[in-house]
Ligand binder design. Structure first.
Ligand code: NAI
Ligand code: 1HS
Length: 255
């Protein structure tokens, strides 16, 4: 353990499981206190309890990031329970399949709402405090799907692309006011719920091989690969980094 996040209080949306929970684990190891905010409030509470058992400071809250009042209340409770927030990780996201000509408009709306509007609403809730303190780091979750087109993932690609450019826009507004804003753009992380959804959508050996062949490093990511990048962006080591779309994808978008 080192102290790269000592003194920081970090809220992680979608923090009860998957990559968000890996970010929480990495953050507490670096000295941060964390608030896990998730649609699954019970799991957020259990995941936070497991961190506390290891001697870390953590609390869990239930909220849907698409509900403006709900996410604002959860982030407010987090600030009161754990401390004034210095970091926000907009990790909550959902994926889905469908090319434009066949996509379900309701599914499109929900994918845009959770990924894009959720990032907007959680950021909107924490920014007044961060700006008043002139201290904050926001890390948004893009994806390789926000950088290149992935077959059959129209809504998800649109949402992640929007997040990447919202990140640049937020950096333009807030970097001079003490708040850095960056995005991570992970490649496929197979072990999470979303990774399983992605790889389970077409299990034919040809498709699986085609997906893996897109990764020059020769493997998919794991949650810890992504968490390390998020910790860096949250930390003062990234003091001159704002508005970046940080590819953590084994070279997938390099080729
Ligand atoms: P996951 O599905 O394993 O976990 C997502 C978490 O977000 C869950 O705990 C879920 O309950 C929570 N969540 C979902 N909707 C929510 C809502 N409306 N409000 C609050 N919480 C909500 O997903 P995973 O793989 O951990 O993904 C995390 C982030 O990383 C997402 O933004 C995803 O798009 C992104 N990502 C994932 C990749 C992958 O291959 N797994 C690759 C690139 C990006
Ligand atoms: C779901 C996650 O954001 C990754 S989309 C990338 C799909 S692929 O490159 O593995 O086919």
């Amino acid at each position: 353990m080192s102290d790269r996040l000592k003194g920081q209080v970090i809220a992680i949306t979608g923090g009860a499981a998957g990559i968000g929970l890996a970010v929480a684990n990495a953050a507490v190891r670096e000295g941060a206190k964390v608030a896990l905010i998730d649609l699954d409030g019970d799991l957020a509470g259990r995941s936070a309890g497991a961190l506390r058992k290891q001697g870390h400071e953590a609390a869990g809250f239930g909220a849907d990031v698409t509900n403006a009042a709900g996410i604002a209340a959860a982030l407010d409770s987090a600030g009161q329970a754990v401390g004034p927030l210095s970091g926000l990780v907009n990790n909550a996201g959902i994926a889905g399949f469908g090319s434009v000509h066949e996509a379900d408009p309701k599914a499109w709306d929900r994918i845009m709402a959770v990924n894009v509007t959720g990032t907007f609403l959680a950021s909107k809730a924490v920014l007044p405090g961060m700006l008043a303190r002139r201290k904050g780091s926001i890390v948004n979750f893009g994806s390789v799907a926000g950088v290149v087109g992935i077959p059959t993932m129209a809504a998800y690609c649109a949402a992640k692309g929007a997040i990447v450019n919202l990140t640049r826009q937020m950096a333009a507004d807030y970097s001079g006011k003490g708040v850095r804003v960056n995005a991570v753009c992970p490649g496929t992380v197979a072990s999470t719920g979303m990774g399983q959804q992605l790889l389970g959508s077409d299990t034919s050996p040809e498709t699986q091989a085609r997906r893996l062949a897109k990764y020059p490093i020769g493997r998919f990511g794991n949650p810890e690969d992504i968490a390390e990048a998020v910790v860096f962006l949250l930390s003062d080591q990234a003091a001159f980094v704002s508005g970046a779309a940080f590819a953590v994808d084994g070279g997938m978008t390099a080729i």
